[in-house]
Design a protein around this ligand. Structure first.
Ligand SMILES: [Zn+2]
Length: 215
């Protein structure tokens, strides 16, 4: 089967060349984006989301047509640290900081707490952290999760890393309210856009709990 020549630049590229991932062997790649597109474009499924307790909407849905692969990966915001919001923002814009990490509080949300943990230096992916910093990250994920869980009436804290917006490594901590089963699971992120924004005085009080818990 013909395979397109893989591009040399892909998701294992790193800032500062610290990657420990070797260039892949093209013969070992299971499926190219073009092959996936050809296989899936006329075989899309429609899960019965309207029957799921956590689905935020009423009515049936149908999948959007799958668009073909693009020639290149889209460049992330702040790629290479150029025009990067996380590099440029002063400490005053963060809820909490130390000499290696900063915690940013989203300005508007519906869930009780939504904050992001970012390293001070521009790192693109968890795998780009040197081992000592990766170990430090593990400690910080636990500390921030514990601090967000200290907010009253929080049922669970979702800890997520998505890598397709800003390149600067950032970890999401989203608290979901207790005792509302519809808000459980990954759709909590969509419910955050469906529920009305959290009143400012409640948001301020919740963030104060998080900051105090972090010390
Ligand atoms: Zn940055």
């Amino acid at each position: 089967m013909h395979r397109a020549e893989p591009r040399r630049r892909h998701c294992t590229d790193t800032i500062g060349g610290r990657s420990q991932i070797r260039e892949y062997d093209p013969s070992s790649v299971a499926e190219t984006p073009e092959e996936l597109y050809a296989r899936a474009r006329n075989a899309l499924r429609t899960p019965a989301v309207e029957e799921w307790e956590t689905w935020p909407f009423e009515g049936a849905v149908r999948p959007r047509a799958l668009a073909p692969p693009e020639p290149e990966e889209r460049e992330l915001k702040g790629a290479g640290g150029v025009d990067c919001w996380a590099c440029a923002a002063p400490d005053e814009e963060f809820l909490w900081t130390d000499d290696r990490w900063r915690l940013f509080a989203l300005p508007e949300h519906a869930l009780p707490v939504v904050v992001m943990l970012v390293p001070r230096e521009h790192v693109a992916a968890p795998g780009d952290l040197p081992d000592d910093r990766a170990a430090d990250l593990g400690v910080m994920l636990a500390r921030v999760e514990r601090a967000v869980r200290a907010v009253p009436e929080v049922g669970r804290v979702h800890v997520c890393r998505w890598g397709d917006g800003s390149e600067h490594l950032h970890w999401w901590f989203s608290a979901r309210p207790a005792r509302l089963p519809q808000l459980t699971g990954s759709f909590a992120a969509i419910w955050d856009d469906v529920l009305p924004p959290l009143p400012a005085e409640i948001r301020t009080a919740n963030l104060a709990v998080v900051k105090k818990a972090l010390g």
